[in-house]
Design a protein. Structure first.
Length: 241
């Protein structure tokens, strides 16, 4: 079928309160049928999530996750509206999944792309515009390519845009919206910190053999010098007659 028009997206957005990209995806999945698209959004819990986004979420919990071996750790704050929901197993499970997601995505630096400073985006754009593979392309084409590259890079840094590790068909943002529909409250990931063992420490490189010797208290045997080395005495033999 023909592409989804901006008018169709706006109409669905006005009717449901869902985000623009969610509306576009719903229309694509339902071949432009407005009623079916609305039902699709309801099934995904997106319409109810959109209505709850403006409500204050000040309760919740701080979830921790230590990866096997103790080399990577994560702390993440997940907020909801009431302490009652914060104590529910579904909410705790969501927090656990998100903490695991952060541990599995070392490139993720922010919760959402809107947190990335404008100066960082401008610097990335300047770098991309100066790349050799774009030098001979027309200005308008070059800008479109750069926009695509920048958009992809920003999503790589954003937690909300990551495919969920337990279901690659949905993003973390969609996972949270499903939980909003289930629990009936606004849910937000506020902040997170990732800890990697030894990160930022300049490690001293040592010779392995020397390190083992040092740990066992052994020292390399010193080669005796010619001056200090004992000279072997020559045995005097009897002359044969």
């Amino acid at each position: 079928m023909a592409g989804i028009s901006a008018k169709q997206v706006k109409e669905l957005r006005d009717a449901t309160g869902a985000g623009m990209m969610d509306c576009k995806k719903a229309l694509q999945e339902t071949e432009g049928d407005l009623q079916k698209a609305t039902e699709w959004l309801r099934q995904k819990g997106i319409t109810s999530a959109a209505k709850k986004e403006g409500r204050v979420a000040a309760e919740g919990l701080v979830e921790s996750y230590i990866h096997t071996g103790g080399r990577v750790g994560v702390l993440v704050e997940i907020n909801c509206e009431t302490d009652f929901v914060a104590r529910r197993d579904e909410f705790k499970g969501l927090a656990r999944d998100i903490a695991m997601q952060i541990a599995a995505c070392p490139n993720v630096e922010v919760v959402r792309t809107t947190e990335i400073p404008e100066e960082s985006i401008a610097r990335e754009r300047e770098i991309e515009m100066g790349r050799e593979d774009l030098a001979k392309k027309p200005e308008n084409i070059r800008e479109k390519i750069v926009d695509g590259r920048i958009g992809k890079r920003l999503k790589e840094l954003s937690l909300m845009d990551q495919p969920f590790i337990k279901d690659q068909n949905i993003t973390i943002e969609e996972l949270i919206k499903q939980s909003v529909a289930t629990l009936g409250e606004n849910i937000q990931v506020r902040r997170f910190s990732r800890f990697t063992l030894g990160e930022g420490i300049e490690k001293k490189e040592e010779n392995f053999a020397e390190e083992v010797a040092a740990q066992t208290g052994q020292k390399k045997a010193e080669k005796p010098s010619e001056e200090t080395a004992p000279k072997a005495e020559k045995k005097k033999g009897k002359k044969k007659k």
